[in-house]
Design a protein around this ligand. Structure first.
Ligand code: NAP
Ligand code: MG
Length: 404
């Protein structure tokens, strides 16, 4: 069997701990036997980030802009304990945050659905992909405690020094609290375009919701920007693709999501996305089955697993113990990136390989062979919990059959 030849390199961002261990095994056992893998490799492992003063993270994001597609392993976001553990020069920022800021992207999280692992909402037979606007609102706020007798006002000073004032509240009878939040038309527009592009790509309808009936200026601005961009740039493309853009109030959206069968993309404001993505991840089952892709408004893609580096398993692995860590979301990050590379470079064999890799993975779980986290959720009678090595070998066996 001759290997599939790639044209443009894939940006490969290696990572930390247990996912770094799985990363190598996935490449060696599932990808390299079939694909003449062409990657531009960036080691985002914490040791190398520290050595390069985190320049490697910036370089990897710039490379993603150049080549258009990246695949990323989970990475440690340092805290005080990690600074000590890795003797870091600094508490480096979250690589995901750095990459997202450079690409100006939106993160889409999508669950992988397999037979035997039913979501908590049994009518969800298709995945719901959630997108969170990761800028502004309460995440970039200014807050104050207000003493009794004080008055709080909103003041905007324009370029020429003219002030516009609005009363927030007169705290005559009680002390209280006050908060200032903002968002930017540019950021909302980028978010909207990423969502519309992703919906076209996935051929799934897009839902967006806010609370514009209560927040007549702030939330309404989100609604208007989405509507304007849709009308001007996407309406016809959506009609051609047979999908729709649907706006509703956030409470109505939540009710409809619960009653739906899935199969759409749900764009959320920052806070809604924070809360609802955790709700969806839990409702669909295991974190090990949640994929994530960062999409920039100008069409660059970075694929990864939604989970972290699975530290607890890594410490066991370091002691020489075997672990049953779920590699599925990381495998799907690779298949997503390779499929996208195939699509952009017009390499149908590469796209077919990506499909087969996903099929083999799902088939393995549906045959009852799975890691512990999935076995704890699966309703299959013949299920068997295995170590990561055995699980990968079972996938490799099925992939081999599909590739013949
Ligand atoms: P985590 O790595 O996602 O793991 C939390 C727990 O979830 C694990 O201990 C494990 O539970 C379970 N789990 C997650 N993924 C699993 C998988 N693939 N297979 C089996 N079980 C899985 O989150 P964390 O422990 O909070 O964070 C660890 C490190 O990852 C941190 O340094 C954090 O900064 C980093 N992180 C990185 C990213 C990213 O790069 N995108 C995202 C989140 C966190 P049991 O222990 O019960 O088996
Ligand atoms: Mg959250």
């Amino acid at each position: 069997m001759s290997k599939i030849i790639m044209k443009t390199p894939l940006v490969e961002m290696d990572g930390d701990e247990m996912t770094r261990v799985l990363w190598k095994m996935i490449k060696e056992q599932l990808i390299e036997p079939y694909v003449d893998l062409k990657t531009e490799y960036y080691d985002l492992g914490l040791v190398h980030r520290n050595e390069t003063d985190d320049q490697v993270t910036v370089d990897s994001a710039e490379a993603t802009k150049k080549y258009g597609v990246a695949v990323k392993c989970a990475t440690i976001t340092p805290n005080a304990q990690r600074v000590e553990e890795y003797k870091l020069k600094e508490m480096w920022k979250s690589p995901n945050g750095t990459i997202r800021a450079i690409l100006d992207g939106t993160v889409f999280r999508k669950p992988i659905i397999v037979k035997g692992i039913t979501p908590f909402i049994p009518t969800w037979t298709k995945p719901i992909t959630i997108a969170r606007h990761a800028y502004g609102d309460i995440y970039k706020n200014t807050e104050l405690k207000v003493p009794e007798g004080a008055k709080a006002e909103l003041v905007v000073t324009d370029r020429d020094g003219n002030e516009t004032r609005a009363l927030i509240h007169d705290f005559k009878n009680s002390a209280g609290i006050v908060q200032g939040v903002h968002n930017l038309d540019n950021s909302i527009a980028s978010f909207a375009r990423s969502c519309f592009n992703f919906a076209l790509d996935a051929k799934q309808s897009l839902w967006f919701a806010a609370k514009d009936t209560i927040s007549k200026t702030y939330d309404h601005r989100f609604k208007d920007i989405f509507a304007e961009i849709f009308e001007a740039e996407y309406k016809e493309k959506f009609a051609e693709a047979g999908i729709e853009y649907f706006y509703t109030l956030i409470d109505d959206a939540v009710a409809r999501v619960i009653k739906s069968e899935g199969g759409f993309i749900w764009a959320c404001k920052n806070y809604d996305g924070d809360v609802m993505s955790d709700m969806l991840a839990t409702a669909y089952g295991s974190l090990g089955l949640m994929t994530s892709v960062l999409v920039s408004p100008d069409g660059n893609y970075e694929y990864e697993a939604a989970h972290g580096t699975v530290t607890r398993h890594y410490y066991k692995w370091l002691k020489g113990e075997k672990t049953s860590t779920n590699p599925i979301a990381t495998i799907f990050a690779w298949s997503g990136a390779l499929r996208k590379r195939g699509e952009l470079d017009n390499i149908p064999e590469l796209m077919r390989y990506a499909d087969n890799l996903e099929k083999a993975s799902i088939q393995t779980i549906e045959d009852g062979i799975m890691t512990g986290d999935m076995a704890a959720l699966s309703k299959l009678e013949n299920k068997k919990s295995v170590y990561s090595e055995e699980f990968l070998a079972a996938i490799a066996e099925r992939l081999d059959r599909l590739m013949r």
